[in-house]
Design a binder for this molecule. Sequence first.
Ligand code: SF4
Length: 227
Amino acid sequence: MPATPAGPSHDCPLCSRLKTFREEWRANEPTWFNAPVPSFGPRTAQLLIVGLAPGLQGANRTGRPFTGDYAGVLLYDTLARYGFSRGTYAADPGDGLELVDARITNAVRCLPPLNKPTGAEIATCRQFLAATIADMPKLRAIVALGRIAHDSVVAALGERPKAAPFGHGAVHAIGGLRLFDSYHCSRYNTNTRVLTPQMFEAVFASVRADLDNPQTPQRSDGEVSSP
Ligand code: SF4
C-alpha cells in the first residue's frame, strides 16, 4: 500500500526501531495487521480525535484505531452516546460501525515497544498527523487523548507547547480550531480512576455543544478554559 498525502505507506521505513518491531510482530502473528494504522472516519468530519499509538492487541492487531483493546470500549461507547457514531461497536473492523462527523487517528501510527514511542518517533510521525489535519476541510475541533497526543497536535498546528499546556478538560483555541484535552482512556487510567467515564463524557459533551453551536465565540490563540 503506497503512502498517501495524509498517511504513510504500509511499510513505512522512517522509524527504524518501529520498523524492526513491526517485522518481529509480522513474523510472530502473520494474520495481524502489523502496519501503520490508517485514520478511521470521514475526512469531511468536523471532529478529529487523536490518540497516542496503536495498542498491541488493539489497532496493531485489527488495523482500526482503538479497535480490540480496552481503551476502545470507553471511547466508542462515549462516541455513540454523543452522536458521533452509527451502528454497534463489536471490537472488529468488520462490525459495520461508522463514525458520524468524527475521525480517529494516532500521533504515532506504528506499534511502539511497551506503548512508549520515543521523542524522535513522535516527531517523525508528526508529518502524517499534520497532513491528516490539513486534509480535513471542515475540521473545527480536535480531542487530544493524553499529553503526548496534545503536544504533537500543538506542534503540528505550528504552536509552541508552552502556549497551550495540557490539562484534562482544558480547551485551547489554535489556528481557528478548538483543541479539547482529555486524559487518555487507557485501561491504566480508568482502573486507577485518573479518568472516570463521567470525566470522559464531560469532554465529549463539551465538544458536542461546541459543534452544535456555531455561535461559540472564537477564543484567542493559546487561551485556556475549562468546560
Ligand atoms: S511511526 Fe509513523 S513515521 Fe514512524 S515508521 Fe510508523 S508510520 Fe512511519
